[in-house]
Design a protein around this ligand. Structure first.
Ligand SMILES: Nc1ncnc2c1ncn2[C@@H]1O[C@H](COP(=O)(O)OP(=O)(O)O)[C@@H](O)[C@H]1O
Ligand SMILES: [Mg+2]
Length: 477
């Protein structure tokens, strides 16, 4: 086979002699089985280095190298092919995994095999990774699996999503125990109700307990919940309740699923440390990957929806491509699950709280819209108002590239410019080059603006028209 010869040749150009003797197809490429030629120093590291160089030329699908029992596997994946939809897989999950309580599809591993887990076995789960890496889609996948395969008598949902809109369609779902939580006061209310439910469940009879549905509590953008720049009081309460839940909820069939851009959430490191099931989507830096899964590697992940998975029973994190749920499929999955459960309602419900003063928005007065660890603290820091950040974002949209100097000129930022650049990178507005070169502005039109950024802008008084217009007349630096 010509192709095989070419790959052997490419390796030999980098002084690695391999003999390829087997090929098989996987979902997004193929695996070549090779043996090092006799008498050569072909350590796995050398072969990997050669593969990296070959990958730089981009002539083949990306090659990664694994060693198994003295054989070398060259795993070749075409990233264009690697996306696949969840929806067609749901009947399989429903029909074939009835021995599991809450089966869900994590994704496919490198060999194309599905990784299917029973959620209660995972205890609690943390989805972490850069903005735009696929966390919210991952949450959609999880929720879709739950509501498509189980009924309201099996599982109820609590959703806290204060910064992201990607779960909003769920507000129509009859699996919800409470409307989707969008503010701090309600978040505290909901967490308190869950803590009480733990106590209630622990005093139930065995029979009653067995009948009780699982309560899966999803918290997207979890750091927002405990960020005290919004309201110290609510943040402290939320944090205390969340800590309690992380320690006690499991015994009461309450499962927490958190998504965060960072694996360490300010002020509650130790508790997050208790979440042993972790998905690390792409990160900018290896130390963030390390914080997430005790291993580097997530900084090298390519493509959306790809993550490294680590759990108690896993020695080395496994690379997995998560499925995709489009807006249309998402709506349909919700509608179908509602139809199937027509006339039922959640066993667990939470009473609504009435705001003491409904004009009292719990918006930040002066805010640090930052996570820790994104950049080094230089001791000179002054925080950046969200309003100011929004203005800089809009200005950035009018540019093809942005540099630290240009921001300094434009906005009289002084020392804070590094923070701004860090923040623009984290939000997925400029690319990640670490040199002093001007950085490319990633969105080129309003539809490419990441959801989180859109929400931020809308929350700070910028309307869609203004955002759209910001892209007109983009100028290069
Ligand atoms: N598994 C996936 N397959 C294909 N595309 C994906 C996948 N996950 C995410 N994406 C794409 O990436 C975008 C950002 O994903 P999202 O989950 O919103 O990121 P995050 O929540 O980490 O900021 C999505 O809108 C989608 O276009
Ligand atoms: Mg998100």
């Amino acid at each position: 086979m010509n192709y095989v010869k070419k790959i052997e040749e490419s390796f030999s150009n980098f002084n690695v002699s391999l003999k390829i003797f087997g090929v098989w197809k996987t979902y997004d490429g193929f695996v070549l089985v090779a043996i090092p030629k006799h008498g050569e120093d072909n350590s796995v590291q050398r072969i990997r280095n050669a593969a990296d160089k070959i990958n730089d030329y981009n002539v083949f699908p990306t090659i990664s190298v694994e060693a198994v029992n003295g054989l070398i596997l060259l795993i070749m994946r075409d990233s264009k092919l690697s996306f696949y939809d969840l929806k067609p897989l749901l009947p399989l999950l429903k029909n074939e995994f009835n021995d599991m309580e809450l089966p869900f599809i994590l994704g496919k591993d490198k060999m194309g095999a599905y990784c299917i887990e029973d959620l209660p076995n995972l205890i609690h789960v943390l989805y972490s990774g850069f903005t735009g890496s696929g966390k919210s889609v991952g949450l959609r996948v999880l929720v879709s699996c739950l509501i498509a395969t189980r009924d309201v008598s099996d599982v109820n949902l609590v959703v806290i999503s204060m910064l992201s809109n990607s779960l909003d369609e769920l507000s129509d779902s009859i699996f919800l125990s409470y409307p989707i939580v969008k503010d701090h006061m309600e978040a505290v209310n909901v967490l308190e109700a869950l803590v009480s439910e733990v106590d209630r469940r622990l005093s139930m009879s065995r029979e009653e307990f067995d009948q009780a549905p699982y309560i899966v509590t999803i918290i997207d953008e979890a750091p927002r919940l405990v960020d005290d720049s919004y309201s110290k009081e609510y943040a402290q309460k939320a944090e205390a309740k969340l800590s309690t839940l992380l320690q006690t909820a499991r015994k009461a069939k309450i499962i927490l699923v958190l998504a965060s851009q960072n694996a360490t959430i300010k002020t509650m490191k130790s508790d997050i440390g208790n979440i042993t099931t972790r998905l690390a989507y792409r990160f900018g830096k290896s130390h963030s990957s390390y914080a997430a899964i005790n291993n580097s590697g997530a900084e090298r992940l390519k493509g959306k929806g790809r993550f490294l998975y680590n759990a108690v029973d896993i020695d080395d994190p496994v690379e997995i491509q998560g499925p995709y749920v489009s807006d249309q499929d998402w709506k349909q999955i919700i509608a179908e699950s509602n139809d199937r459960n027509y006339g039922s309602s959640t066993q667990f419900t939470i009473a609504k709280v009435i705001a003491e003063d409904s004009n009292d928005d719990i918006m930040p007065e002066t805010s640090v819209f930052f996570e820790e660890n994104t950049y080094e603290d230089d001791g000179h820091d002054e925080s950046i108002e969200p309003q100011e950040l929004c203005e800089i974002i809009l200005w950035a949209f009018s540019q093809k590239t942005v540099s630290a100097n240009k921001i300094t000129d434009k906005c009289k930022m002084g020392k804070r410019v590094e923070k701004i650049m860090g923040e623009l990178t984290r939000l997925g507005i400029i690319d990640e080059l670490r040199s002093k070169q001007p950085r490319k502005v990633i969105p080129t039109s309003d539809i490419e603006v990441p959801n989180d950024v859109l929400t931020l802008l809308l929350n700070h008084g910028f309307d869609l028209k203004t955002i759209k217009q910001a892209f007109n007349g983009r100028t290069a630096e």
